[in-house]
Design a binder for this molecule. Sequence first.
Ligand SMILES: *Cc1c(COP(=O)(O)O)cnc(C)c1O
Length: 420
Amino acid sequence: MLYWTQGGAERTAHRRYLIRKGELPLRIYADNAATTQTSELARRVMVDTMDRYWGNPSSLYSFGQEAAEVLYQARCDVAACLGAKPEEIYFTSGGSEADNQAIVSAAQLGKRKGKNHIITTPIEHHAVLHTVEKLAKEGFEVTYLPMDESGIVKVEDVAAAIRPETALVTVMFANNEIGTVQPIARIGALCREKGVVFHTDAVQAAGHLAIDVEEMNIDMLSLSGHKFHGPRGVGALYVRKKVPLLSFIQGGAQERGRRAGTENLPAIAGMAAALTEACAHIDEHYKYVSSLRDALIDGLSAIPHGALNGARAPRLPGNVNFCFEGIEGESLLLLLDDKGVSASSGSACTSGSLDPSHVLLAIGRPHEVAHGSLRLTLDYTNTMEEVNEIVAAVKEVVDYLRNMSPVWKALEKGERKYVI
Ligand SMILES: *Cc1c(COP(=O)(O)O)cnc(C)c1O
């Protein structure tokens, strides 16, 4: 049964009613790259922090000092998960702010030394891409590393792009759309050898992949609480001790003068708890979630004229991203939602606009195919039963949409050529 012709609120209410009656299955959440459900531990730590440590950590009396201790403990916990020192961690309002601050700071400090060149990839998150584009308008020269269908940067290309005037290399740890994991340790070693500052947006990797900033020669790293079952609106920027950092927000002397504003202590403590929890289970979760991912990829590979986007490995344990020819991603999403499956097409930031994903275009998918993309991101909260249900639902919906698509009919009649 399909209810997708009804309006938004009405549809949601009707669906909830059907779920209660047992006529629709429970919802399956398969969009963990967009956000994750706050863990029970993180929730408890946040409530406890609000109840007991509501003082201002900058205040000298005991209410403040107790809060300052909670803040310091959170800093130690986040640092421990990254192989960093507590004084190398700066709390921010999220991944976007951490990316913005790291890039703008490195660019401005570089400029003071006559360095006006930045190296990045065409598949970065918009928090990185738009910041770099803004700097380009202000006179910085930007090299976008070459990208092929694998979705993985080649270290030789980074080596070839570095010049004496390079102020910063910024390459994401793992991609939020296609899940490909970049050779971060090798890029880090190269940048260290050449004396170039290296930043990585590790928002999708933190809590899911092992990270050691020392071993990987990372100078700056961004992470965000809500991508590993912590709260939203909080993140952290790691900056190696010897690397200077300019403040981005002017005001008080919080975060050692690098990030003004009274600390959001419940969120910071909740994030630290969630990251510690994620890192304690990282191997076990990796094994379990990647087995779900592999089953989902295998199941969806049976659909004709569909293709996995990005190399199969190295890939985030929970990421599955397919293109299906002859259909439109938005319709696919809405129909899947009616079957109880929450998925994504492109990134959350671009859905709502008609432009296909910049990541899919960068890995060489033509416009018309990039429009038919589906991202399913799994987590330890998902099960193999859910994977089987997702496979069945996607098969059914792709069939349904193709049957009413004029583009698909033209492909079948040979009036158009299949791309995949
Ligand atoms: C989600 C995400 C961000 C933005 O983080 P926020 O905390 O939502 O600002 C940045 N980079 C990547 C790769 C992401 O997935």
